[in-house]
Ligand binder design. Structure first.
Ligand SMILES: [Zn+2]
Length: 226
């Protein structure tokens, strides 16, 4: 498990309560008749951070992006020199835009933003620039709303490299759910390592709890109703 630095603990103590306060973090009640959830990696879990629910609160999201921009610069001053912030669509478009805007304010020089989108070819998933592109040689910082195992940010990094950009070995996120180091540096407002089980080892399935996809609005509503 990654160790928190004192500063990360401090940020977590500020931001995790706020995430819970706006209803963006769900935890299973422990009652077996209540459903539990799939994670993006098709494991099962008893908790979930919903970045869309967090991001719909525009002033809160803006404050989070400001805080994340400051925290990123504090931890890694080289971020002051990036040309652009990129996030994977859809969830991180607003994060990339917000962090770029606040980084521009901090350094008094514009920072561009942008996004990559999913593409699937013969079952192989990748990220590509579909509606925009970057300039050759740009230095890019990648951000996301949640980092789990890091697959989205790594695919985003591949897309940036393919487009001729240089990727900083630092990732920014609202929520870091990773339990182990992913051989890179993650700066996040909250760090709550995910509890995850393989479906055949899931204790909630063993108690006949139903498993549902949490991002579907009707399912999220159902989870909130419990
Ligand atoms: Zn399960």
């Amino acid at each position: 498990m990654e160790r928190h630095s004192g500063l990360e603990d401090h940020m977590n103590n500020i931001w995790f309560p706020r995430i819970k306060e706006v209803g963006a973090f769900w935890t299973h009640s422990g009652i077996a008749s209540h459903p539990h959830i799939w994670t993006t990696l098709k494991n099962h879990s008893n908790e979930y951070f919903n970045g869309y629910v967090f991001g719909q609160n525009s002033p809160l999201l803006d404050e989070a992006c400001k805080s994340l921009a400051s925290f990123l610069v504090l931890r890694f001053p080289e971020i002051l020199d990036v040309d652009r912030i990129i996030g994977p669509a859809m969830g991180a478009i607003c994060i990339a835009d917000g962090v770029a805007r606040h980084l521009s304010n901090i350094r008094q020089k514009p920072c561009l933003s942008g996004f990559v989108e999913k593409e699937e070819n013969n079952g192989k998933r990748r990220m590509v620039f579909k509606r925009m592109n970057i300039y050759h040689g740009e230095t890019v910082l990648i951000v996301d709303n949640t980092i789990n195992m890091g697959s989205s940010v790594h695919l985003t990094a591949e897309a940036v490299k393919e487009a001729g950009g240089r990727v900083l070995p630092v990732f920014g996120a609202i929520m870091n759910r990773s339990a182990v180091s992913i051989k890179t540096r993650i700066v996040s407002l909250a760090h709550i390592p995910a509890t995850q089980w393989k479906p055949n080892k899931c204790p909630l399935c063993a108690k006949n709890s139903e498993v549902i996809e949490p991002q579907l609005p009707r399912n999220w509503k159902r989870l909130q109703g419990l």
